[in-house]
Design a protein around this ligand. Sequence first.
Ligand code: UD1
Length: 430
Amino acid sequence: MASLTINGGRILNGEVICQGSKNSALPILAACYLIKGKCEIHNCPRLSDIDATINILRSLGCDVVFLNNTVTVDSTKAFGYEIPEELMHEMRSSIIFLGAVLGRNGRAVISTPGGCEIGLRPIDLHISAMKKFGVIINEEHGVLDCKCEGGLKGTAVTLSFPSVGATENIILAAATAEGTTTILNAAREPEVTDLADFLNACGAKIHCSAGAITITGVKELRGASHSVIPDRIVCATYLCAAAVTRGEVTVKDIVPAHLGGVLPVFEEMGCDIKLLHRQIKLTAPVRLKRIDKISTQPYPGFPTDLQALFTTLACVANGTSVIVENIFECRFKHVPELIKMGACIKTEGRVAVVEGVPRLCGANVNSPDLRGSCALIIAGLSAKGTTTVNKLYHLDRGYAEFEKNLNDLGADVYRTEEDDAKKSEQQTNS
Ligand code: UD1
């Protein structure tokens, strides 16, 4: 298992180009299965979650080529409807294939998905929505056998919570269903709109408005080219790296509006934010100020995916900050690791109270999940001494060339693969 070593205390300065959005690329690649033709998806980041999605597409019979940052998917001759259990377990978002496979075949056999351990992450909203399309689902030993004879029929779904994945699955199922589907209380994340934009380029009829999405089913979709939107979470991660190291960093190739719920929090902490065309420049203060309260919410509110990173910022801010996690019930697993680094945090249920300390200290810590791993790396950048972040496979699910980009900004971080670590241990012992 790879780990990352960070020699802390270096100020980050400079420019970084933002990667394409993982959370957009995954459903868009799944959508390619619905299309009997060839699609070119540009701006796809090189990530293990993208590789896992490509493996699923190939297992279903698609021809897939990943060259530079473009994934070409030809689903013309694909016919599969069964996704092997080991592929489903590789990542949570594999559930997004349910709508695409059912939409294409009227049949899907899948098992319950894997992914980050940040809470229960049930799929009840996905399942109940599919049933509304006329799908009959039998579950046995964790395998869902889903059938819809005579094709999917458009329906009206009101989500009890604006789940991102459930909204995307419903869009996928509805795109080629018979008749019209409406989703009330739909998720409004930019990644949902990006999926709709891609499908519309393929001939779908999807209309997104505040809180509601209307999909008029079409007979067939045609292949198209699409460029995935920039990753707003990765963009904010680099801004956090600048903020915590008293640096000045410009993130390029981004959509500033996608960070509307986040930029005011940086400002509240004393950072200067300048918006340029498709760029954001952050200049950090000498010491960050405390955050009154961060409360994670569905978009356009403060994203749960940035909660761990802002917890790190609060750890070194001047004063006491309150952070409330409303989306996932187990998303404070980075907290005990930050405490190992000298952070002063108390959690109760969904609330963390963080009392800022002047500086964290380097330690040996374990990544708890994807965003938690980043929070620990950012903590290591500002800490006194050396930090080692283990279980780096979490990071590789979501961040492309992270250590190279940090080093280009002036950090001192390096990766050690398990074999290298063992070798150097053996050399030291011999
Ligand atoms: C997506 C993002 C993830 C982000 C999350 C919330 C991808 C690949 N992942 O995950 O990075 O943190 O949105 O912005 O896009 N829920 C149910 N039943 C369901 C579905 C969800 O109760 O059937 C609950 C979940 O347990 C969670 C909440 O709804 O508490 C939000 O989940 P959801 O929006 O579905 O997140 P994901 O699509 O899994």
